[in-house]
Write a protein that binds this ligand. Structure first.
Ligand SMILES: Nc1ncnc2c1ncn2[C@@H]1O[C@H](COP(=O)(O)OP(=O)(O)OP(=O)(O)O)[C@@H](O)[C@H]1O
Ligand SMILES: [Mg+2]
Length: 489
């Protein structure tokens, strides 16, 4: 998929993945840390609570025989009317005992947490129960002696409790906190992470995409412009970046490179132009001299034959040089086009007449199939050259008594000129190559292989196209399309 070949997507994905991992580990660590801190705190305060109760009761229990709390159990006792209570039998100072429970009760009220305190005697009978417990009791039997044990259990209702316990020679002490609050706090943290993490990720994807998009946008511009730059418009430059960042420097480097290319190109073009130009004059002189020599009547026959052959080659050479010069000028943009409205049908009609004359030597018939009136905008001389090159080929590559056909039609916004022949045709493998410079299917015979290259250049300079369809030994058809003149669309 194209999307995954974009740096933008890759950057965003990397960025999001990293952020995701970071968020996940951050949330995980925070959660675990908070949980252990909270439960450590809880355990510590349970521990100190048990220590306090133990320290408070132990010295007192030595002096007073502890009995059930009157303060809390009184009403209950009345309501449920139990059998004569054991309190009756114990002849201890109940005021002193109540005072002890009272102090523990006072202490419980002062505590910021909701805590449960339950004190049993050595037989496991209830002595004191904090009001927060209501009618419930803390069920825990595995109470250590002389040290404090902290464990998690469940109460009668199945709620989680953290319970700390110890026992001494007189009492068993149990202090507990419900874990609901702690769990609620942890659940809260967990939900916050659960909601925040996706939101943060989403924001980061959008933000990352936007940032990557913004910073890579110049790359698209550079790519687009670079794609448009070819040998014909080497004077074009990439839009320069105002800032001296990586892309700015890349653009500057690219532009420097194009500059150097342009220089080398124009040097080569200049050299080719000069060379062709320099060749032209001696060739013309040689041709002239041979023509003069051939005019002599008393020329020995072998000599005449030789000179004629040399003359033919010179004509060929001249035409190559001529074509080369046109090509170089076209490529370097030095060939000025003079655009005007042209009645293409009339031009083809005239060319058909020329073709008839040229073709008569080989007894080739020339036919106009369909000539519709079409006006285009173009350079008349160049277009004539284009069609002449095609006509020349059609005649050259069609055997005696063949046929050449012409047609000019209009298709949508295009003028279409077709020149067909019943000639030798072009092998399939060569079909696209015939428009290359110097390409010829058979290298024997006359011709330089430049005619179609020039035709293509001229068609393209008119924003048109040239195509060929051909079958070997049956014939070829060259089709030129040119945009219609804006006035007649
Ligand atoms: N109508 C045609 N029928 C068959 N082959 C053709 C036709 N037109 C072109 N070709 C093939 O394409 C090749 C290239 O054509 P092109 O006109 O560029 O060069 P050329 O005719 O060989 O030389 P010149 O530069 O003198 O035109 C030719 O050598 C020929 O093999
Ligand atoms: Mg040709």
């Amino acid at each position: 998929m194209k999307l995954f070949h974009s740096i933008r997507t890759k950057l965003t994905l990397w960025y999001t993945a990293l952020l995701g991992i970071m968020l996940l580990s951050f949330s995980g660590i925070s959660y675990v840390f908070t949980r252990s801190t909270l439960s450590d705190n809880l355990d510590r305060s349970l521990h100190s609570e048990v220590t306090w109760v133990n320290g408070f009761i132990e010295p007192k229990a030595k002096k007073v025989r502890l009995k059930r709390s009157a303060l809390l159990e009184l009403q209950q006792l009345k309501k449920s009317a139990p059998a004569p209570d054991e309190t009756e039998q114990i002849s201890t100072d109940s005021a002193a005992v109540d005072e002890i429970w009272n102090q523990i009760y006072q202490h419980t009220i002062l505590s910021p947490r909701r805590q449960y305190i339950q004190i049993l005697d050595r037989n496991g009978d209830l002595l004191y129960r904090s009001p927060s417990l209501g009618k419930q009791s803390l069920q825990f039997t595995d109470i250590p002696y002389g040290w404090i044990k902290v464990v998690t259990t469940h109460n009668d209702e199945g709620r989680e409790l953290r319970i700390a316990s110890t026992q001494n020679d007189y009492v068993k002490i149990l202090v507990a906190y419900p874990l609901d609050e702690l769990n609620e706090a942890l659940d809260g943290i967990f939900s916050i992470f659960l909601i925040l993490a996706p939101v943060a990720l989403l924001i980061s994807i959008i933000g990352g995409w936007f940032l990557a998009h913004r910073s890579l946008k110049p790359v698209d511009t550079i790519t687009k412009t670079a794609r448009e730059i070819s040998a014909q418009n080497l004077n074009q430059r990439l839009p320069s970046q105002a800032v001296d960042d990586e892309l700015g420097r890349l653009t500057a480097t690219f532009n420097d490179m194009i500059g150097r290319l342009q220089e080398s190109f124009s040097q080569i073009q200049q050299f080719s132009a000069d060379a062709s130009h320099e060749l032209r004059t001696p060739l013309t002189i040689m041709r002239g001299e041979i023509e003069v020599a051939l005019r002599r009547k008393r020329l020995p026959a072998p000599m005449r034959e030789l000179l004629t052959s040399v003359h033919d080659e010179l004509v060929r050479l001249s035409s190559i040089v001529e074509s080369l010069m046109i090509l170089i000028k076209t490529e370097s943009g030095r060939l000025a086009f003079q655009f005007s409205d042209i009645a293409l049908d009339e031009m083809i009609q005239e060319l058909t007449e020329d073709a008839r004359v040229l073709a008569s030597k080989k007894k080739i018939s020339v036919e106009s199939l369909q000539i519709n009136p079409v006006t285009i905008r173009g350079d008349a001389a160049r277009l004539k050259q284009l069609f002449l090159n095609l006509i020349e080929n059609a005649i050259k590559y069609t055997p005696q008594r063949g046929t050449i056909t012409f047609s000019v039609t209009r298709e949508n916004d295009q003028a279409v000129v077709s020149i067909g022949d019943t000639g030798i045709g072009i092998p399939k493998k060569d079909l696209q190559k015939v428009f290359d410079r110097f390409y010829r299917v058979k290298s024997d015979g006359s011709g330089s292989g430049l005619g179609l290259a020039i035709a293509k250049w001229i068609a393209e300079a008119h924003h048109g196209t040239i195509r060929v369809s051909s079958r070997e030994k049956k014939g070829s058809t060259f089709t030129v399309t040119l945009p219609l003149s804006a006035g007649v669309k």
